[in-house]
Design a protein around this ligand. Structure first.
Ligand SMILES: *[C@@H]1O[C@H](CO)[C@@H](O)[C@H](O)[C@H]1NC(C)=O
Length: 325
């Protein structure tokens, strides 16, 4: 990344935790000198390490909550009138992530819909040790430090439905996706590298002639038809839930194409966008535009999404020529 330009550079990182998102926004202007007081700076590398650990802590809370819920259900107890364990789990998860980051980076602005006010019941979260390497993510240690002004960084933590809170600018740079139930965390830092658990995929030109396409579970029929129309009759179509999950399927080579033909929220896309770009793949609308995460823009992409690791232009040309979503 180049910090010496005169253009206003806007970047953000986003973190998906099932239905929870972190959005880290930072921007800087001009070629200013860094202040001599180091405490005014934040190291993005430390922030990545902290975000992974915060997501994993949050994931544990979600998982505990679900286990508890199953327990309650299996005992045949009614959930009516009782605290909703899912809500409690969501809350505990938010709280753990919010205060873990807040206590670790006191100068960062962290915006969370659920925890914008002080909440003494859960504020006592242990600080994340950003000097220690993160288990399974030791590969971060070899990366360079990257310091930006703390005042220019905003971390957003929000549930998926809080789209009105969505403000951010520019292109996603760091994406983190955490799966709480089979605990694994994947990340990508665009222009740097992906997490070590993201394996290299060999390019095979043959795949163009019989691509494996993954589509949403919600209206598979129409997109399946569209895929075959666009990419040929040898196309195979699978369905899966979750945009982040489908992007990861393209990232790991299980699928050649992720096609989404209807409107989709940008929240669902940004972490995957950063990760697919990190492995030199691409995410565009079905018309070939990159997704713009500008604050005043629509929170939805209305023309669908095309995600590939290879041959993006080829698939795009097929889309625009053969089929109109
Ligand atoms: C690849 O990604 C898909 C979808 O996210 C997942 O089901 C599968 O287990 C992954 N495979 C490997 C080898 O990681």
């Amino acid at each position: 990344m180049n910090f010496s330009g005169t253009l206003r550079i806007n970047k953000f990182a986003c973190f998906i935790l099932v239905f929870i998102l972190f959005l880290i926004v930072y921007w800087r202007t001009g070629a200013a000198e860094f202040p001599s007081d180091k405490s005014d700076l934040v190291n993005l590398k430390s922030l990545l390490k902290a975000a992974i650990q915060a997501a994993e802590r949050g994931g544990k809370k979600v998982k505990q909550g679900k286990d508890h819920e199953l327990n309650v259900k299996s005992k045949g107890e009614t959930l009516e009138g009782a605290n909703d364990p899912v809500t409690d789990a969501d809350y505990a998860s938010h709280c753990a992530m919010y205060y873990a980051l807040k206590n670790t980076f006191s100068k960062l602005t962290i915006v969370s819909e659920e925890h914008s006010k002080d909440d003494s019941t859960c504020a006592d979260q242990p600080v994340i040790d950003v000097e220690e390497s993160v288990p399974n993510h030791e590969s971060i240690e070899s990366m360079n430090d990257e310091h930006v002004y703390a005042k220019d960084v905003t971390i957003w933590i929000d549930p998926l439905d809080a789209t009105q809170e969505y403000t951010g600018m520019g292109v996603p740079i760091i994406g983190v996706i955490h799966y709480p139930f089979t605990p694994r965390t994947f990340w990508g830092w665009y222009t740097k590298k992906p997490s070590a658990n993201i394996l290299n995929v060999e390019y095979n030109e043959e795949n163009k002639h019989h691509p494996k396409v993954v589509v949403s579970r919600s209206h598979p029929g129409k997109v399946a038809e569209l895929s075959k129309q666009a990419f040929g009759s040898k196309t195979t179509v699978a369905t899966a839930a979750g945009a982040g999950y489908k992007v990861m399927g393209v990232v790991n080579g299980t699928y050649d194409v992720y096609l989404h033909a209807t409107a989709i929220k940008k929240w669902d896309l940004c972490a995957g966008d950063a990760i697919i770009k990190t492995v030199n793949g691409r995410m565009t609308t079905t018309k070939g535009d990159i997704v713009d995460y500008s604050p005043d823009g629509n929170v939805k992409v209305s023309h669908g999404i095309l995600v590939t690791r290879f041959d993006h232009d080829y698939y795009l040309s097929k889309m625009t020529k053969e089929a109109k979503p």
